[in-house]
Every structure is written in structure tokens, then in C-alpha cells.
Design a protein around this ligand. Sequence first.
Ligand code: FAD
Length: 531
Amino acid sequence: MESQTYDYIIVGAGSAGAVLANRLTASGKYSVLLLEAGRPSHPWSRVPIGFARLIDNPKANWLYESEPEEGSAQRTIPVPRGKLLGGSSSINGMVFVRGQAQDFDTWAQLGNRGWSYRDVLPHFRAMENYDEGEDEFRGRDGPLRVTDTSEGGPIYDALIAAAAERGIAHNSDYNGAVQEGIGMTQVTINKGRRMSTAYCYLDPARDCANLRIQTGALTEALILDGTKCLGVRYTIDGVAQEAHAGREVIVSAGAVNSPQLLELSGIGQPEILKRHGIEVHHALAGVGENLRDHYAPRMMWKVYAPGLTYNDKARGVKMVWQALRYATTGKGLLGLPASPVRAYVRSREGLDSPDIGISWIPFLVQDGYKLHNDSGMTVITHPLRSESSGSIHIGTDKPDAPPAIRFNFLSAEYDCQITLAAMEIVRGIMGASAMAGLKAEEIAPGPALQGDDELLDWVKATAETVYHPVGTCKMGNDDRAVVDENLRVHGIQNLRVADASIMPTLTSGNTNAPSIMIGEKAAAMVLESAA
Ligand SMILES: Cc1cc2nc3c(=O)[nH]c(=O)nc-3n(C[C@H](O)[C@H](O)[C@H](O)COP(=O)(O)OP(=O)(O)OC[C@H]3O[C@@H](n4cnc5c(N)ncnc54)[C@H](O)[C@@H]3O)c2cc1C
């Protein structure tokens, strides 16, 4: 068995782990081993529309599924997770949303010093390279290229005008001073290419002599000596390996795999560990708890006005034009983010900030992610800070077995009420007079469904997540917290978790930007404690 020693070992090369690898090696002072279970890359991961090709592709995706539950009418729900360098940032929808100042202020109010919006804003600014917006809020020199979507045209103009009719103002920078309003999506796309953390953070660090990137390396357990973490055990092509960390191990395996790795290593709820024959090293009740995600109905409208949606614009031989357009300009269907326009709105007056997110997709899909024969639009909406919480726990002691994912969606009454309010607001915008030119007709849930119970039954029968699981190794100091405000695992030395799993609550939007920020902040904390 091969065994080597590095200053730092990072498990998982995703949105957060790739950032850590870049920042910890930059000074040249520290040696770093970055272990990634997946492959180096996938050809579709550089092309934005590759999102639709990778969402169910076992070569780049763990392809997890939730357990059947009441909130999903006993369906299993897909839980895609990136399995390659860049992690989920290499397969995601490329939508760039930081969230609201209030999200991070809530984390700080929960007792996590150093995580208020004021504290995290410098990291958000340092990570990005965005040309627009106010300097006070936006960064121009970071590694992550962020741009405005290249989409435009009658559908978007109509939507913005329709929202205005409903009192929702246009906002040209929802990542700036305020999130509220409707605006075109900011994206991690540049010149038609996906900007993953593999591309923006790992590629520039790849040649550092002090960084070893090992792909195809499934980390199976942490090596623990009493309350100290010494290193990791991993396998490459089934062959066992060990690596030791002179300073720290940082687990960045994401919201599904980070709690799984802690449990496989004997850190978690004793009953669960014992049930699967795992020796309890350290009892920690919160491991795998507090799972949160955005549960979102897909509402659909047929569009009878010709030539407006991508169902029409990419039909048959027109797809050749889309391919040519992409090859020459980087634009069109192949260069599209998951949704090119979005709105953040309040369910009622009197709220401090928006509690609902809405995003529009300029086409309909069928059989998974194939373009539908009919022309239309899909509208995805959800509460921004869902309160239903579930869990992710191992189902066996096998490191390559999928853990059991239980979301408990719609178990919180708040989520039911805000989901209903969100659908009503969507119907209001789609029914505004500015939309008349599209000749749009609601087909899902369909105008016949109006009552709360009927609509909630439809949501349970059809909704999916928008792929934002967080919170399963939450940061805090209560009895369900897994890491402290410095991301150190409670009760274990030389071990941190840094990824979406540490979020105590959901951020008000998509979770890639906050996960990258967590990687940036974690790197700063690690370097500070090393100095
Ligand atoms: C299909 C999809 C669409 C999405 N769309 C958007 C979007 O448009 N905008 C947005 O902001 N967010 C989006 N998200 C969410 C966002 O991408 C994630 O929240 C974010 O990438 C999470 O970062 P992370 O560092 O926590 O985990 P990840 O980026 O998932 O990284 C975890 C890494 O660890 C590796 N790993 C796991 N277990 C092990 C192990 N045992 N040993 C070694 N390596 C391991 C994984 O292979 C992976 O590379 C989407 C996610 C998905 C899956």
C-alpha cells in the first residue's frame, strides 16, 4: 500500500475543494493532495448545453436518488451530483446567484462569528471577475469569470414588462445592493464556455509542484487516532492507498458525500453507525441531519406565437443553425444557462426581502431533457429559504453504496404556503397583458387545478429539486452542529469540512456561488491558522 504525507489533504475537487486546492498551494509553502473520486473531465462539461447531457450521465454524475416520501407522492427524486474535477460546478446550470445579505446575517445571528454579509462580501468580491455592477459589491479581478447571459428577444422583453404590470421592477444586478426584482441571469459562462472551478481554479494551479491532483480516487475513510485526524484511506481502481496529513484534512465532498464520509469513519449518530457495524469514534448527532433543498414545481405554458421558443428555433434542421451559431458566436441554444431570466419577489407585503424565486426556461422538455415537439416555456418556482429539513445517512458500511436521502419536502407548513403563493404569482405574470403576443396557454398544472389541496397534490406528484442540497454538516454551536465557525469538526482535531454541507440554512438562490465563497473563506482560515 502506497502511503505519502502532505501538509493538507482535500477530499473532493468540487466548487469548494478546487478553490481550496488553488489557494493553499499558491504560496508554494504547503504541499497539497487533492483527491477526486471522478474523472478529470467530460467533453460536455465545457459546453453550456452539456448540462442536459450530464444530468443523467454516470460518467460525470453520482446519480443519487431520494427515498420515496409523502412530499413526493412516494416518487424517488433525482439527486444529480458532479463526479469529475470541478464537481457539481462542472455539470450545473451555470446560474450565478450569491443570495441575500440577510442569509449570511442569519448565519452570524445563529452564533457563527465571521459569517455575516459584511464578513463574506470580501470573499464574494475576491472570487469573481465581473465587468458590470457597482464596485462596492462586485469583484473584477477574481479567478471566476461571471458574465450576463447573452440571451435577448421578445420572450424576455415580454416577461420583464409583464412583471412590471404586477409591480415587480427590473433589476440589472440581483447580486448587487438588492436582490429583489426581475432580471437577466448572470452566468458562469464566458464566450460560450462553462466556467467551472476546474477551469477557473484548478487549471491555473495544475503545474504547481506542491499540488498533486489524484482523480479516480474514492476516499473511503478518515484515519483517526483518538480525537485526531491523521489522514485518509482511499482506493484507485480498487487498490487501497493511504495518505497522511501533516497539518489538516479538509473534507469538501459535498452535501451528500461529506456526511457519508464522516459516518463511514465513525463520526456521527452512534445508533446509525452501530446498525451498520461501524465502530463509533466520535458521537456527533448532527452528521447527516438538517438537509435542505429547493423543491420546485415545473409549471408549463404552450406558446402558439411561432418562432419564439427554442422548441421552434431548434426544430429539425434549425438545430444545424443553432450549432453553427454556437460555433461562431458562442450563443443560442448550445450556449444557454439553465434559465436565462429570473425574479426574486415577496409573497406578501411587509416582508423585509423576497421569499420566492422564479426562473423561466424558453422551451419545454419531454422524456427527461429532450426538446418537446410542442413550443412553450417552463417556469420553475420555489420558496427561497425552505424550512422542511431531512437527512442523508449511510445505508450500509460500503463506501461505494449510495446513502439514503430523505428530504421531507413540504413537511413545513411554511413551505406549502409559500409554494402556493409562488404559483399564484407566476400565473399572475404569465397572464399579464404584456404576455398577450406570445399566445401562451397554461398546460401544467393547467387552469382546471385551482384549490390549495389540488395544487399541493400536483406539486407532490410532479416537483423536483433544483439540485441545491445543503446543510448536512451544519456550522454552529448547538447540539446538531457538526463544524464550528472555523469549519473544524466539533471534537476532532485537524479535520475541517468546507462545502455546501456546512450551510446552516439555505441561501436565497442557487448554491454554487456560496459554495465557492465557502471554499475561499475556508482557505483564508486554514492559511491564517497555519501562519
Ligand atoms: C445538475 C445541477 C445543476 C445545478 N445548477 C446550479 C446552477 O445553475 N447554479 C448554482 O449556483 N448552483 C447549481 N447547482 C448547485 C451547485 O452546483 C452546488 O451547490 C455546488 O457545486 C456544491 O459545491 P460543493 O463543493 O459543496 O460540492 P460538489 O461541487 O458537488 O463537489 C464535491 C466533489 O467531491 C467529490 N467526492 C465526493 N465524494 C468523494 C469521495 N468519497 N472521495 C473523493 N471525492 C469525492 C465529488 O465527485 C465532487 O467532485 C446545481 C447542481 C447540480 C448537480
